[in-house]
Design a protein around this ligand. Sequence first.
Ligand SMILES: [Zn+2]
Length: 191
Amino acid sequence: MAAGFPEFRLGNVLATSFTGTLSERRGNAVERIPTPERLVDWLVVNGLAVASCSIAQLELAWELRESIHAAATAAAIQGALPAPAVQVINDCSIRGRAAAVLTPEGNRRWRLGSATCVEDALGVIAADAISIIAGERDGRLALCASPTCQAAFFDTSRSRTRKWCDMNTCGNRQKKARFHANQRKDAKPAQ
Ligand SMILES: [Zn+2]
């Protein structure tokens, strides 16, 4: 891990892990892929290793990320999908030339068209976003209950009642806030 950069938040849904690389969108936003090198690091961690990334490719990644965020947010509140966002997602999906391959152990791996093709990796992410926004996968798109976050996340819990995009960050913070609020209540003299 490169020093000095915010850590990645890793989820088990590729598209929303990707949108999570910009967190605290309604508060003090944290950019977790501020440089091409950090995008390369993120892609490696998510099974989409590329050898290099240019500034233009990083900008394309940000554009895709914000488009997925906009479309997933609209889908989560059953709103109309923003047409420009849909266009970007589709363009990225069409341009990518990645192939799914099966390993001897029975796992799926992505094979990118070439090692320099960030576009291929973005194509995989765009296709993942399409599958959750289209409702093809078992789960529910929802918005994080943290007021400074409100990130769209994909709830795969059995009860479909998950409230936070990430239990370790947003969930914990809310729990702590509630704990302190309760303590203050308990400290009040009995009526
Ligand atoms: Zn959140």
